[in-house]
Structures are given as structure tokens and as C-alpha cells.
Design a protein around this ligand. Structure first.
Ligand code: ADP
Ligand code: ZN
Length: 610
């Protein structure tokens, strides 16, 4: 994005350049010019010349005597160090027609004026300007407090974003909702004629990386109007009043450029609920108030549409959401299977593809990934293709980059002892086998024991055939059992347990807890809500809403769910211990095996060698 050139800034630059030139001139050229004429001389030379009657003019200064001597019909200036000579004046008097003064060297009145007045004043002015501007920028409103008038709000304006709805994959509902705004910007008169007020603002709500910014840019691109973009955090300043001034500035600029789109990212930073705390955040509240006033104040028919994005809609001030302000709320959710495939395809257009790529397979393996992550996957794949010296991206690049995004890069040179490798292999096959032996689990897609930079020493990837929107109680229980499968295998084969299961334990407990507190899947509490989710789009941490006694009972219930799942996993593995050995040995040899290879071993007759 390009920052608008500030004419005042340019002006200041000119002044600085002029001043520097002037100083250089003063410091280097001027002394040369004047000094070229003056030669150094001894005091004795001065006295001799005086005696000889050659001296014409003398200027006596505190530490220097400058005098002119007539030489070959020309006057030559000399300067000498002044020696404490009480007879000097008498001597000068006696030598006849010597003019002597306290000052001789002719001073240019212009230069004196410049040095004495103009330069100091300009310097002071610049210093003052610099100080207050710099401070104002760094610490907020001091400049403004000194009534500098306008804020120095940094506003990004882009004439054309160059993005269209075609660049946004999926998100059809959001696009539909925004299409009306595009139409309005194209043709405001049509709406004005009928007397319809279009929404002044729309709020794009969704998890990070789902394309909210992209959608706003696409609206501007489709409507072919300028796009102002500012982040909520840019309004937050240390000094009260600065943020509000920025809001005013933003709106006055936007009105001048109407029709246009104003995009405020992370609006929650300024739009948080005003809680009326004593000594609360005055600055933020003032900024918010100013925003509310501006939104009420500007003429909606002019064609300024405000789009804002947030991923914490629940924390927004209700005043922002009332009709006439951000009355449209457009959910921008994580893409579903079709959406993910579409995002992959949009981004794959930018890279060279080698062969027919099965985007559906990649989309299935990336449940829960955001648009930004998918874009990253395609880019990682392209980087991998370059690294391996190929000129186009193939399926394996994409598959590997899915794992890079999920689990980090392969740590090829990690040294892992044979004993540990065995443990990891059995752990992973434990997961896979427990998953495969329960009918409600997703099929195993891949098992690997190549360590990753995320710290994972191996993992089992399960990929559902179709997109799932619901999870049944049976599926949840199966999932917990699968998560405990790794540890169960360690116990069964090595009769010990390792730290390798910590992540499994965390996930299993989290799911079991949610079953009890949020999904009403335990017989003990039935459909009682025991927890609320705080930031549904940001990880979704939750807080208990029950008495401490109930909390203790919840813990008990969660514990028993996990324990039962663990017992079940151990039982499954005990029943299939032959297959566990067989597959683990195969995995140790291959390091990575596919779901098909896994199923083939599982289905074939038990081998006698096992
Ligand atoms: P947000 O503002 O929701 O956090 P962005 O709009 O900044 O997310 O998205 C980041 C990047 O992710 C975009 O620049 C784009 O490359 C990619 N992206 C996200 N969603 C989509 C989508 N639906 N279609 C295409 N690209 C997407
Ligand atoms: Zn595990």
C-alpha cells in the first residue's frame, strides 16, 4: 500500500536541504574567500612595517591584529597574534597616517544578518517542529495538545486494490452479502431515488486468516473505488484525544474521496465495551465515541462504506452494533471441504503445476485450516519443488507441505536411538490400530516416525472421507480411545510409559472435558451447561460456570471417561498384538507408511513369523 505524500513533509525536507547548503557555504567557502586575502604574519613584521610607514589600516581585536600593508601598489591584509603591548596605540599614532580601529575587516551586512538572525530563528523553528512532530508521532498527542490542528493519522489509501471476488475462494455467503454494497457503490443514485439507506458499515466476523481483509479489498476492487485501510491499534495513542483526531481525519479524507471503502481491521482494539471503570481507558473511549459520532454524522448517501473486521465480536461495544452503524454482521468462517479445495485452487493458479493434482485429497487432509494456512501450504509446496530442483509443483510437494504446516519441517539429521525409534513406532501404530479397530473412527491416512521441527517424533494422520460437521458421542469416545492408543502400546510392549504421550493426554482430556461440560454427553450431568466459551474464534478458551463442588465432580467424570477409553485401547491392542508387532516392524523399516499399506497388513492373514 502506498502512503499518501505529505506536502508539509516535503516542505520540511527542502528547508533542511537549503540550511545544510547554507551551513556548508558558511563553514567552508566563506572563510576560504575571506582568508585567502589575509596572510599570517609575525608581530615583528607588524612592527617593522609600522616603522617603515607601510601600514595603512589596523584593526585591533581581543587576540588578533589585522592590518593592511601597501605592497607593490596593492593592499595586502595580514593578521598577527596580539601581544600585550601597552605602547601599541602610541606607536600607531606616531607612525602618521595609519587608520586604526577596533574593527577593520569589512563585514557583509547581509551575512551578519543571516548569521545573527535568520539562521538561529530557522534553527529554532526546525527544532521546535521536529521535537513536537517527532514526539507527537512517537508518544501521541503532544503535538496535538499544542494545537497543531490536524492529526498526523497515517492513512493508507490505494486507488485500486486489484482484488476481485474471484480472488476470494468459497465464502459465498459473505460475497453475497457484500455484493449489495458493491452495487450501491457503483450506483448510489439508484438507492437514493427510492429513499433506501444502505448500511453504513458491515462487520466481518471470523477467525484469523479466513480472508476478511481480502474480502474488503475485493469489495473495493469490484466497485472500483479507493480503499482506505487502517488498523484499530493505530488509533490507540498514549495521549487522550489523539485517537479521536485520527478518526476525524480518516473520515474527512474518506468523505473527500467518496465513494470509497474504509476498512478498519481489528476494530475490537478500539471498539471494546465501555465498562465505565474509574480511571478506565479514557483515550480508547474517546476514540470510540468519536467513531460513533462520525458514523452517525456522515451522509450515508455519499457512498462511504465502512467495513470492519474482528475476531472477538463478543467484546464489541453494543453501541457499535446498533442500526445505522455496523448493523450488518457478515460471518467469515473457516472454509469447509469445498471451500478449502477452492482456496487451494485459487492459490495454485499462481504456481506451476506438474501434473493433474488431486486438490480434494489435500483439502480432506486439512480440516480446520484457514484460507491463510492453505495459501501457505501452496507456497510451501512451491518452495519444496524449487528446493528439489524441479520446475513444477507435484502432488507429493503439496502433501509434504500439509505436514510442514501441521507439524513443521522434517528433522532429517535428528539422531534417535534404535530403542527410542522402536518405542515411537509402537506408539504410533498403537494409535493407528486402535483407530482402525473401532468403527466410528476416521480411516488412517498415513503413519510416520520422521521427527518434525515442532517436536513431534512421529504421528498418525487420520482423514475423514467426507466433511464432518457433527461429532457423535460414539465418535468422541473413539477419538479419546485412539488418543490413548499410543501410550497403551508403550505399556503393553515395553511395560513402561514415556513423555511422548503428553500431547495425546492433553487432547484427550480436553475432548472429554468438553463432552461433560459443553456437549451434555455424560449421564451424570445430562444437558447442563457447565462452561462457557470465551473467544470462539481465538482458540476458544472456556471458563467454568458452576460451584466448586460441581467442578470436583466434573473432574471425576472426565477422569473416568479417559480411564475407560484407555482400558478399551489396551484391550484392543492386546487382542491384536500380532498385528501391532507386524506393522510396527514394517514402519521401523519404512519410516513412513500410507493408509493403504497399513490396511493391507491389517487385512492379510497372520504371518507365522510374527
Ligand atoms: P483475515 O483478515 O481474515 O485475518 P486475510 O484476509 O488477511 O485474513 O487473509 C490472509 C491471506 O489468506 C490472504 O491474503 C489470502 O492469500 C489467504 N486467504 C484467506 N482466505 C482466502 C480465501 N477465501 N480465498 C483465497 N485466499 C484466501
Ligand atoms: Zn501419540
Amino acid at each position: 500500500m502506498n502512503e499518501e505524500k505529505n506536502p508539509r513533509k516535503q516542505y520540511a525536507v527542502y528547508i533542511v536541504i537549503c540550511l545544510v547548503l547554507l551551513m556548508v557555504f558558511n563553514a567552508i567557502v566563506m572563510p576560504k574567500l575571506t582568508q585567502a586575502a589575509i596572510r599570517d604574519a609575525d608581530y615583528s613584521f607588524f612592527l617593522d612595517s609600522l616603522d617603515e610607514g607601510n601600514v595603512k589600516k589596523v584593526q585591533i581585536e581581543d587576540s588578533e591584529i589585522t592590518f593592511t600593508v601597501e605592497e607593490e601598489g596593492k593592499e595586502q591584509a595580514y593578521s598577527t597574534v596580539r601581544i600585550d603591548d601597552p605602547d601599541l596605540v602610541t606607536r600607531l599614532h606616531e607612525s602618521g597616517d595609519v587608520e586604526f580601529t577596533g574593527k577593520l575587516r569589512e563585514r557583509s551586512p547581509l551575512r551578519d544578518f543571516l548569521l545573527g538572525w535568520i539562521i538561529p530563528i530557522v534553527c529554532m523553528f526546525m527544532l521546535w517542529n521536529l521535537l513536537f512532530k517527532g514526539l507527537g508521532k512517537r508518544m501521541g498527542g503532544l503535538g496535538n495538545a499544542m494545537s497543531f490542528g490536524k492529526s498526523n493519522a497515517k492513512i493508507y489509501v490505494k486507488a485500486q486494490t486489484g482484488k476481485t471476488f474471484a480472488d476470494v475462494a468459497g465464502q459465498d455467503e459473505a460475497k453475497e452479502a457484500l455484493a449489495e454494497i458493491v452495487d450501491f457503490l457503483h450506483n448510489p443514485d439508484k438507492y437514493a431515488e427510492i429513499g433506501a439507506d444502505l448500511p453504513k458499515g458491515a462487520l466481518l466476523v471470523g477467525p484469523p486468516g479466513t480472508g476478511k481483509t481480502l474480502l474488503a479489498q475485493a469489495v473495493a476492487g469490484e466497485a472500483e473505488v479507493p480503499f482506505f485501510s487502517i488498523s484499530g491499534s493505530e488509533f490507540v495513542e498514549m495521549f487522550v484525544g489523539m485517537g479521536a483526531a485520527k478518526v476525524r481525519d480518516l473520515f474527512s479524507q474518506a468523505t473527500q474521496k467518496a465513494p470509497c471503502i474504509v476498512f478498519i481491521d481489528e476494530i475490537d482494539t478500539i471498539g471494546k465495551k465501555r465498562d465505565g471503570q474509574v480511571g478506565g481507558n479514557d483515550e480508547r473511549e474517546q476514540t470510540l465515541n468519536q467513531l460513533l459520532t462520525e458514523m452517525d454524522g456522515f451522509d450515508g448517501k455519499k457512498g462511504v462504506v465502512i467495513l470492519a473486521a474482528t475476531n472477538r465480536p463478543e467484546s464489541l461495544d453494543p453501541a457499535l452494533l446498533r442500526p445505522g452503524r455496523f448493523d450488518r454482521r457478515i460471518p467469515v468462517e473457516l472454509p469447509d471441504l469445498a471451500g478449502r479445495e477452492a482456496v487451494l485452487k485459487v492459490h495454485a493458479k499462481k504456481v506451476k503445476l506438474a501434473e493433474k493434482i488431486d486438490f480434494n485429497a489435500i483439502a480432506r487432509a486439512t480440516a480446520g485450516a484457514s484460507g491463510a494456512e492453505l495459501a501457505n501450504i501452496v507456497n510451501e509446496a512451491a518452495l519444496r519443488a524449487v528446493r528439489s530442483g524441479r520446475s513444477a509443483v507435484n502432488q507429493s510437494d503439496l502433501e509434504e507441505s500439509v505436514e510442514v504446516v501441521i507439524a513443521g519441517y522434517q528433522r532429517k539429521n535428528a539422531v534417535i536411538s534404535q530403542k527410542e525409534k522402536e518405542m515411537i513406532a509402537y506408539h504410533e501404530v498403537g494409535h493407528a490400530l486402535v483407530a482402525a479397530m473401532q468403527k466410528d473412527s476416521a480411516p488412517v491416512h498415513k503413519i510416520t516416525i520422521i521427527p518434525r521441527t515442532s517436536g513431534a517424533l512421529g504421528y498418525t494422520m487420520q482423514v475423514d472421507e467426507d466433511e464432518k460437521f457433527l461429532m457423535s458421542k460414539e465418535e468422541a469416545l473413539c477419538k479419546i480411545a485412539t488418543l490413548t492408543g499410543g501410550r497403551s502400546a508403550e505399556e503393553l510392549i515395553f511395560n513402561t510409559c514415556t513423555t511422548g504421550a503428553s500431547n495425546d493426554i492433553e487432547k484427550a482430556t480436553k475432548l472429554a472435558r468438553a463432552m461433560v461440560t459443553r456437549y451434555g454427553m455424560s449421564s451424570k450431568f445430562d444437558m447442563m451447561a457447565l462452561e462457557t466459551v470465551n473467544n470462539q474464534y481465538l482458540g476458544g478458551d472456556s471458563s467454568l460456570i458452576c460451584s466448586p463442588e460441581t467442578a470436583a465432580k466434573i473432574d471425576e467424570e472426565v477422569g473416568s471417561i479417559v480411564r475407560n477409553a484407555h482400558t478399551k485401547a489396551v484391550q484392543i491392542l492386546t487382542e491384536n498384538i500380532g498385528k501391532l508387532h507386524e506393522i510396527a516392524r514394517f514402519l521401523l523399516e519404512k519410516e513412513t507408511i500410507t493408509g493403504e499399506e497399513f490396511m493391507a497388513i491389517l487385512r492379510r492373514e497372520p504371518q507365522l513369523t510374527a
